[in-house]
Design a protein around this ligand. Sequence first.
Ligand SMILES: Cc1cc2nc3c(=O)[nH]c(=O)nc-3n(C[C@H](O)[C@H](O)[C@H](O)COP(=O)(O)O)c2cc1C
Length: 372
Amino acid sequence: MPDTTDPLFRPLTLGGLDLPNRIVMPPMTRSRASQPGDVPNRLMAEYYAQRAGAGLIVSEGTWIAPMGKGYAWTPGIHTPEQVAGWRLVTDAVHAAGGRIFAQLWHVGRLSHTSLLGGRSPVSSSALQAEGVNVFVADGDGMPGFVQASMPRALTAAEVREVVEQFRQAARNAAEAGFDGVELHAANGYLVNQFIDSHANDRSDEYGGSLENRLRFLGEVARALADGVGDARRVGIRLAPLTTLNGCVDADPETTYTAAAKLLGEIGVAYIHIAEADWDDAPDMPVAFKRRLREVFPGVLIYAGKYTGERARQALVEGWADLIAFGRAFVANPDLPDRLRLDARLNAHDRDTLFGGGAHGLTDYPVLAASRA
Ligand SMILES: Cc1cc2nc3c(=O)[nH]c(=O)nc-3n(C[C@H](O)[C@H](O)[C@H](O)COP(=O)(O)O)c2cc1C
């Protein structure tokens, strides 16, 4: 019998899936896809299966087309080999009793010519992201961060081609056995580059007014629903207040309330709010969260520096339905057990987050082993 006295362990139905608890493993890039070809592999399958105790796992960002790639060694979902690789992951998670959505990603301007066969990245506008923010490997395989290259603006016809790439990626995710897809519309990537006013200076139907800046989001959300065959198998990740990678909006509360309303009309299963990415953690007022609850009829997930205590409080206060724990899940494959018992958490090792092999990915101890 589930322990329904603990708010973190009350079951929830999400898009027809029965989640045994309110704990989400959010998308986390770990840069361990097999080379060449950026193919998901058995090591990644083992890593995700170890974390199948989560109510829901969202995969690391997986790019939908070659121009959507922004970081070395990240997995794609557009070749037959990549789809077969993801099948290893979904089969392993399902065999371990879990549920997993694929996070579909197009980085837009957050890329570098060296990752794109010499081509310039694409974006809503020809505006370069500031800062040293793209992870590349040089010819000798040495990793490092560099500044994103100057992008060019997509034409309206090209924007519609990207919508079709998202539709195909959703079909591929269904073929790979995912339970659904999450659109990465947060953290400064392509969809975010259309939504936020300071990243979008277009004057066609994809820029200018709020309605126009949300057009690409709406078109992609509908394409994903079509691709997986059911809007209830689609979630959307948004980051209203973070200013990551130069995506800043002049009036986030108005913009993201309108986005949530639009997504509710489309009928997606959930909105996943990224409150923090690393230390970029502006305080999101509870009044704003309650406003999202008013306009969006689906499930609301929040992520960003949550502890068990803060998560329970959010669930009890009613503005969140699910809480995601990122870095805690990196280091604690049995995180739900630890939260249930209020047990100590392993700390994550920053040096093994991106790239490498099993060390720092699949070798974190579970509770019995860490006690021994
Ligand atoms: C190693 C690492 C990789 C991440 N990669 C992604 C990603 O691919 N997509 C995404 O939406 N967020 C990504 N994030 C952000 C997390 O999903 C989450 O929002 C963030 O870690 C805050 O939660 P936390 O404080 O519980 O760690 C990443 C975070 C970490 C630590």
